[in-house]
Design a protein around this ligand. Structure first.
Ligand code: ADP
Ligand code: MG
Length: 213
């Protein structure tokens, strides 16, 4: 990753300098004729940014610390996160529904990591509903574990795609990194829990996380 990050950062820097050079030329010659050059440069910069994001996410994933578990209320975590994301839901035409168990015992979790995991799942859900939809979050108590499901009414996936979603770098999105779900899976497994996915193409996807008490 570092072998990639260093040259990438110098490419970023040089493309910025190139942009400055073009600005100088535009100032003396007028902006006409530079539109195409600007377009090409901005395409290059877009890709540099995307790769930088991949390396950053990868480092977060590779350096994932062991969970520092504390007793926490999953319902509170879910409620706070939805509140935090409310503007994003509004902008994307997404409605959220919750069904939070009143008898949910505290779970022993690394709150930051579990929060990040739910955030990743909710973001994916939003991204699967380009023209809006519903995200439903349910918590429930099972004999020796707690269950959280996150269900969307998005585009769903083919069985082929569903098989590969937890593979690092697997993505079907143009700007995707394919690291979100591998990170979520690693976090959940480090907690001694489990994550599964059920998806129907064209109608939606449901992720279920279980965590031991
Ligand atoms: P990324 O979001 O960068 O593509 P992820 O690891 O988060 O990477 O997801 C991998 C792939 O799994 C996505 O590209 C998409 O194809 C699929 N996926 C994940 N969540 C959903 C969802 N809620 N609905 C449909 N497809 C999904
Ligand atoms: Mg993602």
């Amino acid at each position: 990753t570092h072998e990639i990050r260093n040259p990438l950062s110098s490419m970023g820097l040089n493309s910025e300098l190139l942009g400055d050079e073009i600005s100088d030329l535009e100032a003396t010659h007028g902006p006409e004729g530079f539109l195409e050059i600007r377009g090409l440069l901005s395409a290059i910069r877009g890709e540099i940014d995307r790769l930088t994001e991949v390396t950053e996410q990868y480092l977060r994933f590779a350096r994932l610390p062991k969970p520092k578990a504390v007793a926490a209320d999953l319902n509170v975590l879910v409620t706070d996160l939805l509140e935090f994301m409310s503007q994003e839901f509004l902008r994307c035409g997404v409605i959220t529904e919750t069904q939070l168990s009143k008898e949910l015992p505290n779970v022993s979790i690394d709150v930051g990591q579990i929060r990040q995991s739910i955030l990743n799942l909710v973001r994916n859900a939003i991204e699967s509903m380009q023209s809006g939809g519903v995200i439903r979050l349910v918590t429930m108590m099972d004999t020796s574990l707690v269950r959280l499901s996150i269900e969307d009414t998005g585009e769903g996936m083919t069985p082929d795609t569903a098989q590969r979603i937890f593979d690092p770098f697997f993505t079907t999105k143009t700007g995707g990194t394919g690291l979100g779900l591998s990170m979520v899976q690693q976090i959940i497994q480090e907690h001694g829990g489990d994550i599964s996915c059920h998806s129907v193409l064209g109608s939606g996807t449901k992720f279920t996380i279980t965590l031991p008490l």
